[in-house]
Design a protein around this ligand. Structure first.
Ligand SMILES: C[S@@+](CC[C@H](N)C(=O)[O-])C[C@H]1O[C@@H](n2cnc3c(N)ncnc32)[C@H](O)[C@@H]1O
Length: 871
């Protein structure tokens, strides 16, 4: 007689929960009797009644056994001389009882993980289910692995709950750092959401509707999977081969798998192979051959926050699947994965969602990274990768991208599968990644690793660890932070006194390529006339010796009003600095308008357009080679080069790269010079024209402080362009008005002031890690400006770009006229206040006129104060 399909289905459903057939049989019999063979009632809610009946039976049995043991104990106590055989029997019986308890408990726990009031396996109707409670998990059951040893760091959450440890954490010695916790354990410990997150009531679940037993396969096709909850003291390798749905890891022996099982042979422990079940179970891949090179990709990106501090990117490529491959929609993949998880890991929580799980993984990484105390290797970061089987060339890769303090974590793929984070495709770095992705060790794929570690065998500091979420599916590897997040290699290539590293905490982008030069270089036509003969005795102090700043001001102080700009500690004197800041903040007051402006001349092909104005700046004059003092003279600050610790970093506000200090800086300190190619204005104009429309820019600084001196010919009108050749100043971003740096021209070699050094000094005290900024002096309305206009994100409350619509910018459009007539405008503001006052007073006669007058003038005064700095 053919087996009853409904009975078989019931067995399978229970089997997937690890329930013994014999138990199912007896419970089913009883239920059929009770329900008068009404199968609908038994099948409802995925055989909930049946499961409950089995549990109840277990409970009863346990209670009965306990009672029996107790009564036997009493009995044996009463009979003080029990026979030896009796005693043995008792022990056996009692052990059996314990075994029943042990066996029953996991199932019970499993049920508790879901909702008491909900179906045991809530695959249906769960959308209407109330959120589940967080499961309470017994420490012992969860923390004792096969060895029975407790983990060194007992994973406790802030709420005091002990975290679940997955059996997959039982790692071969080789892949666990000696004496240290496996990284994945740490992740798990830290990642409270990894475990608790499953039961988070906040996440709405996408419940798949799955027929019971849909995924069941014959035993011989069953993968070895591991449940997240293991019974107390149950050794991991004794986790039974439950009759399971298709799981993540088929037990196919491969070089990599076996190496893993053997403790990951050698040092090459960077991958664990994961293979899509679609390929292994023969559902789809039989006729799929790598015939087409046409790539369709399907990307899922999950980030820890909107800033994407940690980003997990899942990419599929159809490249190897031929034309028959249908690229699944992301939600299809997620849904399918959820079904697998629900079956494979027996996650009975209706709120379980794969997306949530992945997001939690991101959070864990962030948490892991941000709490160095959690980390046995302080400052380490996680490096994760999933390798699609090297041999089988299958799609599906998991790529974890470090963002916050994690540099891009390399991704490993097989064949041409694109594992690159989509956002990085355009970056040089990701280009490298794409080009190299061919199942090679991820370390090799990571160009930055190459640069920073030189020898990736250093990566044996990385620990290959299995992730509890998806055993064997991906590895978590620790890489010392400094090897990934910060490029310690000096971007100045040793050209400066200090080394300058760079870091990108937000994207995968590498530093733009440029040539580091410590000093300005003439490009071609620029006329830079440096000769000793041009330096007259009035421009040098040939008789000085030692430190000029400490003695009576010499000739070199003449250009700064008979006093040196620098004080004894090498900082700018307060008064000098303040006047430079004032000029920079109120440029209109210090503009001069040249009669035949070189800029306009070049732009208009000789035609005459009125000069838009140049800043008449204060100069610093430093001692130089014709002076008698030495290099250590206090009046040779910029010549000695930069001395502070800086770092180039990727800004989070969309400004691209920026420069920050790594140490506190006092007010008036020299930071660095703006170094670049010395171009004539004509050359700059030509460059700008060439760049137009090609997404290229120049980074120019006009050396125009002396253009009022008369007619400046084309070769003498100079600028610096740091786009291709420059120093770290090319990374200093703009800030409107209240920047923390001020630019000051410094005369060193050329007394003529056509060519001078453009130096940055701190305009105030700056704390370590603050970004360094200067006001480019951009008029955001001037579309002819040599600096390509950008959307300003300086964040200053005085931002000129953001406040274009305000009254100031109305005036700014008519700047010269406005400047000439600012007294008229101020009178206007004053008298409008008086007018306002009198109108107001006439309406409010009940209140004292004097009070109104004072009140209105306070308002007017405030308005005036707000805008007076602009005049
Ligand atoms: C001299 S570069 C500064 C370094 C640049 N951020 C980089 O990544 O190379 C000038 C360019 O930086 C960007 N930038 C500078 N300051 C900015 C700001 N306040 N807001 C937005 N972008 C800014 C603009 O693209 C500008 O053209």
């Amino acid at each position: 007689m053919a087996p009853n399909k409904r009975v078989v289905a019931a067995y399978r459903a229970m089997g997937s929960l690890g329930i013994d057939e014999s138990k199912v049989k007896s419970a089913l019999k009883k239920l059929l009797k009770v329900f008068d063979k009404n199968w609908e009632l038994i099948e409802a809610e995925n055989y909930r009644v049946l499961a409950d009946a089995i549990f109840e039976e277990d409970d009863n049995m346990v209670t009965e056994l306990k009672k029996k043991i107790q009564s036997d104990d009493v009995h044996s106590t009463r009979h003080s001389l029990p026979s030896f055989s009796n005693n043995q029997e008792d022990e056996t019986e009692s052990e059996e009882a314990q075994m029943h308890i042990e066996r029953a408990l996991p199932l019970k726990r499993l049920r508790l993980r879901g909702q008491e009031s909900q179906p045991l396996h809530p695959l249906t109707n769960s959308a209407t289910s109330p959120p589940s409670k967080r499961p309470k998990l017994e420490d012992n059951a969860l923390h004792q692995g096969s060895s029975g040893k407790k983990p060194q760091n007992k994973p406790e959450s802030s709420d005091g709950n002990t975290r679940i440890e997955a059996p997959s954490l039982q790692l071969p010695d080789d892949i666990v750092d000696k004496g240290k916790q496996p990284a994945s354990t740490q992740v798990l410990q830290r990642g409270r959401k990894l475990t608790s997150g499953r039961s988070s009531p906040s996440t709405p679940s996408k419940e798949p509707t799955v027929e019971a037993g849909k995924f069941l396969l014959p035993n011989n096709m069953m993968p070895r999977t591991q449940a997240l909850i293991i019974p107390k003291n149950e050794p991991i390798d004794e986790v039974p081969d439950y009759e399971m749905p298709i799981a993540v890891i088929p037990p196919e022996p491969s070089g990599r798998d076996s190496s893993l099982k053997n403790g990951v042979a050698g040092k090459h422990v960077s991958h664990v192979t994961v293979t899509s079940s679609e390929c292994r179970d023969g559902v789809r891949d039989e006729d799929a051959s790598p015939t087409s090179n046409e790539e369709a990709t399907c990307n899922i990106e999950i980030a820890s926050s909107t800033l994407g501090e940690v980003k997990l990117s899942l990419s599929c490529s159809s490249a190897l699947w031929g034309s028959k491959f249908h690229m699944p929609r992301p939600d299809e993949i997620i849904e399918m994965m959820e079904e697998k998880c629900l079956f494979s890991y027996k996650i009975a929580d209706p709120n379980f969602s794969v997306m949530k799980l992945l997001r939690d993984l991101c959070d864990c990484m962030l948490e892991f990274r941000s709490n160095p105390n959690n980390d046995p290797e302080e400052g380490s970061i996680l490096r994760s990768n999933v390798d699609v089987s090297k041999e089988s060339q299958e799609p599906g890769t998991l790529d974890v991208v470090r963002n916050k303090d994690l540099d891009m974590l390399s991704d490993v793929s097989n064949g041409p599968i694109n594992v690159s984070p989509s956002a990085a495709v355009a970056s040089p770095r990701s280009f490298l990644l794409l080009a190299d992705l061919n199942g090679v060790n991820d370390a090799v794929l990571d160009p930055k690793m190459d640069q920073t570690t030189n020898d990736f065998s250093q990566c044996n500091v990385r620990k290959e660890l299995e992730c509890p979420m998806s055993p064997n599916s991906h590895s978590l590897v620790i890489v010392p932070q400094d090897q990934l997040t910060v490029d310690d290699s000096d971007l100045t290539k040793g050209e400066e006194n200090v080394e300058i590293p760079w870091v990108n905490e937000y994207t995968n982008d590498f530093l733009p390529s440029f040539n580091y030069i410590p000093q300005n270089l003439v490009f071609q036509d620029a006329y830079v006339n440096i000769s000793l003969s041009r330096v007259g005795s009035e421009d040098c102090c040939s008789t000085c010796a030692g430190n000029c700043v400490l003695s009576v001001p010499c000739a070199c102080a003449n250009k700064t009003g008979g006093e040196f700009a620098y004080g004894s500690r090498g900082l700018l004197k307060e008064q000098f600095l303040e006047s430079c800041i004032a000029i920079s903040r109120n440029p209109q007051k210090h503009f001069f308008y040249c009669k035949n402006c070189p800029l306009e001349r070049i732009k208009n092909d000789g035609g005459l357009e009125p000069c838009k104005g140049h800043l008449k700046r204060k100069f610093i004059k430093e001692c130089w080679s014709k002076c008698g003092c030495g290099k250590q003279c206090g009046n040779r600050v910029i010549q000695r080069g930069m001395t502070c610790k800086f770092q180039v970093f990727f800004t989070s506000e969309g400004k691209g790269w920026g420069l920050r200090t790594l140490e506190d800086l006092p007010k008036g300190a020299f930071v660095c010079e703006f170094v670049g190619e010395i171009l004539s204005i004509k050359e700059l104009h030509e460059r700008n024209m060439k760049c137009t429309g090609k997404g290229k820019h120049t980074y120019p600084v006009l050396l125009d402080a002396n253009w009022d001196s008369g007619h400046v010919n084309n070769k003498e009108a100079l600028c610096l362009d740091a786009a291709s050749f420059g120093n770290i100043a090319r990374f200093i971003n703009h800030r409107c008005f209240d920047a923390n740096l001020v630019e000051i021209p410094v005369e060193v070699e050329d007394p003529g002031h056509y060519y001078y050094h453009f130096a940055f000094f701190t305009s105030r005290k700056i704390s370590a890690h603050e970004e360094l900024t200067w006001d480019y002096g951009i008029d955001f309305d001037d579309h002819d400006h040599p600096i390509t206009l950008f959307q300003c994100s300086c964040g200053s409350k005085f931002c000129r770009h953001m406040k274009r619509s305000n009254i100031y910018f109305m005036f700014q459009r008519h700047k010269p006229a406005y400047n000439d007539n600012y007294k008229i405008w101020s009178s206007f503001l004053f008298w409008s206040g008086v007018l306002l006052d009198s109108c107001y007073s006439s309406f409010c006669t009940s209140v004292s006129d004097l009070g109104h007058l004072i009140w209105n003038h306070i308002i007017i005064f405030k308005i005036w104060n707000k805008f007076s700095f602009l005049i």
